[in-house]
Write a protein that binds this ligand. Sequence first.
Ligand code: NDP
Ligand code: MG
Length: 378
Amino acid sequence: MIKIALLGSTGSIGRQVLKTVDRYPDRFKVVSLACEKNAELLSGQINRYRPETACIKDSEKAYKIREIPKETTLYTGENAYLHAISEDADIVFVAVSGFAGLAPTLRAIEMKKNVALANKESLVAGGEIVMSLAEKNGVKIIPVDSEHSAIFRCLNYDFKAKFRRLIITASGGAFRDLTKAETAKKTAAEALKHPNWNMGKKITIDCATLANKGLEVIEACRLYNAPLAKVKAVMHPESIVHSMVEFDDGAVMAQLGYPSMEVPIQLALTYPETAETDVPRLDFSAMTLNFGEIDTDKYPCFSLALKAFEAGDNYPCAMSAANEAAVGLYLEDKIGFYDIAAAIEYVLGKVERLKATEENLGYTDFAARAAVYQKFGR
Ligand code: NDP
Ligand code: MG
């Protein structure tokens, strides 16, 4: 029985983790659940999974959680999530969105827990400290993001395996068939209609701007200890090839499947074993696969992410924070599509260079958001 601490249980990934638990109730047990504010959903999850610990950050919403089973203790407030990183857990599943994922990831590693990491922003902002602490504590960071899970599988679950290049595929998001001028006028409601994947709002906007692919290139560099030159992103509108690994002899391994997070989520919990999922099987008789270069003029957020990674220290953190703040404003229809890139560029132009310690990253995240709200919030 694998005991799971699930942070971000009410989100798109979190709910799918619970579907995996439902599929194999004899293999998995949820020992803790944590969310930010969705008390209604958390309440239902508590009663269904009866964890030892449940946490909700927003104390004002906690009153909505009634009928707590006697085996569950409920915690609320800013640091409530710390209780969810339970001593009892075998694995901590970090499905929290945004920079908020960094602290629980670090605390889990400090407690020597293996981490199934969906939260890419923690690796972008704090990749150096996350990976070095994991190495020091003998903890595994198991990728959940579909591209990185595909690479993990192609490398036979060996983080130290040799490779020539990692090739990450990008769907292009909601506006992939539009020109730059047409894309510029598009609203968040339109950007949220992703052609291939059904995900949380922030990442769906990141897919439309390709900030997501920039974050994922950085995520791959961190997870697989690769320089930027060894990680390539390519357009692949069908989202069937989830990523590829090229080896010394020119051979390329790819992982294919219809777009579904079920496979990478389950693999993170079962690897090196695999088990049945409900995902439809590929039909090769009715399939065409296309690949192409990324149009960096149309997708400036992609290049800005790579530029931030090259700058090092706290720059990737500033980039990711500026992006998160700007995406929030775009979702509220306060700024336009290309203002997201403008906000990132603005922040990268004024960030105070600091070493990537946890404290400095917290400050950088705060300062970057403040700069975006001040300049772009209307
Ligand atoms: P969602 O917005 O759907 O869910 C986010 C979850 O995190 C919610 O449960 C939310 O709680 C919780 N949360 C947010 N802030 C806090 C906090 N401070 N403390 C505790 N819980 C918090 O996001 P997704 O599920 O789409 O994405 C989660 C992560 O996984 C992201 O980093 C994303 O990039 C990554 N990812 C997602 C994919 C997908 O298919 N969705 C694919 C690949 C990666 P509440 O509901 O109460 O607000
Ligand atoms: Mg991905």
